[in-house]
Design a protein around this ligand. Structure first.
Ligand SMILES: *[C@@H]1O[C@H](CO)[C@@H](O)[C@H](O)[C@H]1NC(C)=O
Ligand SMILES: *[C@@H]1O[C@H](CO)[C@@H](O)[C@H](O)[C@H]1NC(C)=O
Ligand SMILES: *[C@@H]1O[C@H](CO)[C@@H](O)[C@H](O)[C@H]1NC(C)=O
Length: 437
């Protein structure tokens, strides 16, 4: 008992001493494995979300940022009211293999104060997406990191990703879909959207899943098995009460839209060296080139015209789900038992309103972005460009925004029908293989 107390006093003393130094100089090497006490054994994390000990904050994943001199960025969810100091524990794996953490493998660790960079956008909610930054010149070779508010806590380590810069990428176009929640079961629209993506040149789709309905579950499993889809578990509701809406004054909860901003930012870093471009849109939106056959041609042109642009913003246009194509050509009997919206039936588009802001979504080069919000980036390295709506726009089939407009006041926009032949057969195949038909 006495010994423990003594250890605590010595620990606090050492900490105070360290805090008196400037933080970039505060580096102390600790040997986590030297003691056989169970509380000293580091653990590798299992889920996507991990509590930061001694706080209400959460950490998500860790990435080396080569644009910031190799700083380690831990994407986190920070409770704005709590301002206690946080600490980084960076460890280098003794083995060459990063993920092997046998006894004694994490034997060199550096302890330093963390720098917390809260994103400027939180829509008023008490928890905000943040970057916890760790810079330790002594440990450029770090393979694992842990964040803590309490030095004596049992630590959980995250693997540091993006340790190498890559110049060529596995995918050219990846769609990041921020969150699925509340038993979302719009299966037909999702399968249609995935098949349209394929035809315009998307090779990968990433979805953060809090929960979904039984039919969307079947479709997700099909695309994951088929190889196009990565499903990232996102059990945010197990850690805090998330909001189902976007604005704190209007919607209850501790965090904007199930942590949409956290997942969007996580996706940027997860795919930084996997994909040339990322499309940051919702599950029911399609970023569609109108003047080019596919995204490859579109971006070839745009990037040639605007070589220093890394953020392209694309206007959203509403196709009311209350207005149907009169002919009923694409109301296929085999789809009638599949729950969800049939995109191909909704060919009427709402006109722009002069004095109303047209929300945009983003098509980015992930390596030029540091932090993003939903409709614009928050910190980026390159320039940004508003893509004209006749070149590329978002097809968004949803409840109308201008409810009073009759059919003849809307524009006919049959862009999706250009893909009809290939599209219908591939949608049928996907539904069949998912066990829906
Ligand atoms: C650390 O983990 C051990 C074993 O699971 C447990 O007995 C101990 O109470 C934990 N310590 C703290 C500070 O949570
Ligand atoms: C990406 O684009 C390049 C250049 O246009 C092309 O050579 C390559 O095959 C594309 N990669 C994929 C996965 O389609
Ligand atoms: C999505 O999350 C829910 C809730 O955790 C889970 O039951 C379901 O299996 C997940 N779906 C996929 C495809 O991972």
């Amino acid at each position: 008992m006495m010994q423990r107390k003594l250890a605590l006093v010595v620990g606090i003393g050492a900490l105070t001493f360290l805090l008196m130094l400037r933080w970039e100089h505060v580096i102390t090497l600790v040997n986590l494995m030297s003691s056989k006490r169970p509380s000293a054994e580091p653990e590798l994390r299992k889920g996507t979300i991990t509590p930061i000990p001694g706080s209400r904050h959460l950490m998500v994943s860790a990435f080396k940022d080569h644009r910031l001199g190799g700083a380690i960025r831990v994407i986190s969810i920070i409770c704005k009211q709590e301002r206690q100091p946080l600490y980084c524990v960076l460890c280098a794996n003794a083995n060459a293999r990063a993920d092997a953490m046998a006894d004694g493998a994490l034997n060199q660790c550096a302890f330093s104060p963390a720098k917390v960079d809260m994103h400027s956008e939180s829509f008023g909610f008490p928890f905000v997406t943040s970057d916890v930054l760790c810079m330790s010149p002594a440990l450029q070779q770090a393979t694992h990191v842990s964040i803590t508010a309490n030095q004596n806590a049992n630590l959980t380590f995250l693997t540091i990703q993006n340790r190498e810069v890559k110049e060529s990428f596995k995918y050219n176009f990846t769609v990041c879909i921020s969150n699925l929640f509340q038993e979302y079961n719009n299966a037909l629209q999702f399968a249609q959207t995935m098949e349209v993506y394929k035809l315009i040149g998307v090779q990968r789709v990433v979805i953060y899943n809090t929960s979904c309905g039984p039919d969307v579950e079947k479709i997700l499993k099909y695309y994951r098995k088929e190889g196009m889809l990565e499903v990232v578990p996102w059990p945010i509701d197990k850690f805090l009460p998330p909001s189902t809406g976007w604005k704190y004054d209007l919607h209850h909860g501790d965090m904007h839209y199930y942590g949409q901003l956290t997942t969007l930012n996580e996706c940027i870093y997860r795919y930084m060296y996997q994909s040339k471009y990322l499309l940051l849109n919702d599950i029911d939106e399609i970023i569609m080139p109108y003047n080019h056959a596919n995204l490859e041609n579109l971006m070839g042109t745009l990037q040639q015209q605007h070589p220093n642009v890394g953020v392209f913003s694309i206007e959203n246009h509403i196709f009311p789900d209350t207005q149907f194509d009169d002919s009923g050509r694409i109301r296929l009997p085999q789809w009638s038992s599949v729950p969800g919206v049939n995109n191909l039936e909704h060919v009427y588009r709402e006109p722009d309103r002069k004095h109303v802001f047209n929300p945009t979504k983003l098509l980015i080069s992930p390596r030029s972005v540091q932090q993003t919000s939903v409709h614009s980036t928050l910190k980026q390295f390159g320039l940004f460009f508003n893509v004209p709506f006749d070149v590329c726009r978002i097809i968004y089939v949803r409840v109308p925004l201008q409810r009073q407009l009759s059919k003849d006041q809307l524009f006919v926009d049959k862009k999706l029908w250009e893909f009809e032949e290939l599209l219908i057969s591939s949608i049928d195949r996907a539904l069949k293989e998912s066990g829906m038909l």
